[in-house]
Design a protein around this ligand. Structure first.
Ligand code: HSE
Length: 351
């Protein structure tokens, strides 16, 4: 093990949308705690975002200043120091960076631009932490191999259930178990919309609110048509069950056809409508689906409301294990990034 106790981790952030901003806010607020509690030292060296602006300063950026700018001006173009001409690919290849945090918007068809960013960063010997679901759903085996070849880590806890442990829970906290079924609510936006519809809010208003709160994808069609949940089902199948499924293998139906009447009718009958994701392993085959279902109010998932998500893992040695917690949000997903970075720090700094 490499003993690198007092290393100053140099971080490059690719994408400064909801998750990037949540992560930088956490860094700003927790800097002292991270040092005292984990001996974690870092410098945020650069941010690259084609809309919000880019800035690079090898001395490290001021996280509070960045947050202030994004809140007041909507971009970081007037950050007072550093170079402003850095682009995302240059950043992924830069010798100055140890860890690339890739948080550009998810594209479930091509994985781009995240896929190229992640590949370039790994090829150039950087650890990668991401919450970008497209690249992991499309190319997990290849990316894992690339990380191994270049002796770096690729971590992506934030792709499923934001900062609520799901993948690391199985891979690390429950290492050694076999999982043959996974069932749950994995999309915050749709669960939030269905919850608000029960309070009589229209579908459109509830979606707007979910966007305002930073739950929805850049294109919220991905949420309401079930693509986001389907992508998470693929990640769960391939990472947790070592499957090889693609999004085309997921039977998918979103919530766009669910009406206020449907929601009320379910309630009158002691039920609730939830978008349920299910992944089942039978021998070598894996079946995955995402669809709205009426579940009884006494069902364990029935009281998972708002942007809260839940997953039940059916394991051999522990039986069912359920985790409930936030599934989306700026700070919530920023927390996933932090968890993964601290795991890298732990691995390389503890002897
Ligand atoms: N749009 C996603 C959701 C974000 O609503 O769950 C978290 O992956």
């Amino acid at each position: 093990m490499i003993n690198n106790k007092n290393k100053i981790w140099k971080i490059g952030l690719v994408g400064f949308g909801n998750v990037g901003q949540g992560f930088v806010r956490i860094l700003a607020l927790k800097k002292d705690t991270l040092l005292k509690r984990y001996n974690f030292r870092f410098k945020l060296i650069a941010i690259a975002d084609p809309i919000k602006g880019s800035v690079y300063d090898p001395e490290g950026l001021d996280e509070f200043r960045l947050i202030e700018l994004i809140e007041n001006k909507g971009n970081i173009k007037s950050y007072p120091k550093g170079r402003k001409d850095i682009d995302s690919l240059t950043l992924c290849r830069s010798n100055d960076i140890d860890i690339i945090v890739e948080v550009t918007p998810t594209n479930v068809e091509t994985g781009e631009p995240g896929l190229t960013h992640i590949k370039e960063a790994l090829k150039h010997g950087k650890h990668v932490v991401t919450s970008n679901k497209g690249p992991i759903a499309l190319a997990y085996p290849e990316l894992k191999e690339l990380a191994k070849k270049n002796r770096v880590m690729l971590r992506f806890e934030g792709t499923v259930l934001s900062g609520t442990p799901s993948l690391n829970l199985i891979l690390e906290a429950m290492a050694g178990v076999d999982v043959n079924k996974i069932e749950g609510i994995v999309n915050g936006t749709t669960n939030f919309i269905l919850t608000k519809m029960e309070e009589n809010m229209s579908y459109e208003d509830a979606l707007k609110e979910a966007q305002r709160l930073g739950y929805a994808e850049a294109d919220p069609t991905a949420d309401v048509e079930g693509w986001d949940a389907a992508v998470k089902a693929v990640i769960l199948a391939n990472v947790v069950m070592k499957g090889k499924i693609t999004i085309k293998d997921v039977i998918r139906k979103g919530i766009t056809k669910v009406t206020l009447n449907d929601v009320e009718d379910a309630l009158r009958n002691g039920q609730r409508i939830k978008l349920i994701a299910r992944v089942v392993k039978e021998g070598d085959s894996i079946k995955a689906s995402v669809k709205p279902e009426r579940i009884s109010l006494s069902h364990p998932l029935a009281n998972v409301m708002g942007a809260i998500n839940a997953l039940t893992f059916y394991t051999d040695n522990l039986g069912p294990v359920t985790i409930i917690g936030p599934g989306a949000g700026r700070i919530e997903t920023g927390q996933a990034i932090l968890t993964d970075i601290l795991a890298i720090h732990r691995y390389y700094s503890e002897s």
